[in-house]
Write a protein that binds this ligand. Sequence first.
Ligand code: FE2
Length: 501
Amino acid sequence: MHNGKILIVDDDPFVREFLSEILSDKGRYEVDVAVDGLEGLEKIGRQDYDVVFTDLCMPRLNGLEFLREVKRLEPVLPVVVITGFSTIENAVNAMREGASDFIEKPFQVDKVISLAERLANQKRLLGGLTSKRRYRLSLETLNAQLFKTLQEISTLHTVSTELDNLYDNSDIYRRVVEMALKLLPVREAFFGIVDGNRLKIKSSIGVPKFRDEIEFRGSYIERVVKSGTHVVVKPGDFNPVDSSRVTSPILCIPININGETIGILSLSNKPDGSSFTDDEIHLALTFVQKVALRLENNALYETVYSNLINTLKSLVAIIEARDPYTKQHSERVTLYSLEIAEMIGLSNEEKEIIKFGGYLHDIGKIGVRDTILLKPGKLTPEEMAEVRLHPLIGDRIVQPVRFLEKERELILYHHERIDGRGYPYGLKGDEIPFVVRILSVADAYDAMTSSRAYRPAKPHEVAIEEIKYGVNTQFDKEVVKAFLNTKTGKGRKQKKKLSVD
Ligand SMILES: [Fe+2]
């Protein structure tokens, strides 16, 4: 004997098959399928169903139109909307149109089954009442559920958006407990990273008598770490946090990345002292899944980023190795630029751009032939034209890297001049970004004060005079003024070493 009849409406055969399999497993439900809203309506017209699962994007009659029609024909028939997380706003709209709940892809089998069970029960309850009372009750139930689910979705959505903007793991560690307390009715939460048999606590709220590290062998934390699944700890259990007995239920959830438990989130002390409901557990698990995903993305990003930085750094090292005269030119130019930036009071963000962009500014020289780059004499016009391509070549090298967008400007425009007589574009004055105007002063100073294949180094005083002479033609007035006040501008030696990482 099955528990009821379910209709799945989806144009994707895989979704239809997957949900049918879950719901009809062990004879739980009798399952029927429809490929779109129109077929769904035809079936609902002919037979009684207890729950309907529907996709939103379908040909002929789409999910929202289908939902409206079902609600008009059978107001008490619960409809569950199938959604992907990116389309969660559609799910919210569907809830407003009368959907009972929604399920997210990829599906969590437990959630699908418990949802079908809850809604089929609700349908049975309402189905047995007189139509007027039934209608009123269904509205009340739906409203209460709608309100609760909408609240949950919107909090989860806010939390998710915030997580997406946290690129630093330490920020995630700090915010994760604050968010958990917002999301669930608990007064205590802590987050820790697994290190062998110990848990390194990264953040906590409301937990008294706390240590930075917990030895968790033989405790519920070990069970969670070993099994990779959550545990609801009952009062009376041993608590490794303060070596006492648990006084109120604890929900302990693993943070799993690539099948490995790297940490846990512990939630406890509900104000009413009750245990955790299925809905609360589901919400907490969804939240932790998002946290794990964010941490995993950060780790991937860091690997990709550091590989790329190393590649770019070795390109610069290759250029400088080819030309002994420009050895450490990029490093010095960056240091001088940072001195100017400091003097002017640029933000940390701008300094970071200078730090890496300055180091890379001549990266395009990798594309200039040695015979030209190392030529001791004067360059021919053709050779000069080739050298002048290096900002464009450099730009092309870093162009595919989305997060180096601002740094690209330093590479592309560092030979532009205030009077528009620079290259490659002949930009004028404010058309040249401010950080670039800083770099061109630093670049010119270092070029003049170091020896080149075609001439010896100029003394500091001469270089300064030439820079002053270039104000408002080659250089920005404010930048030159700031440079003259820096240590380097005053002729004092730089002891600092730059580390680009
Ligand atoms: Fe250059």
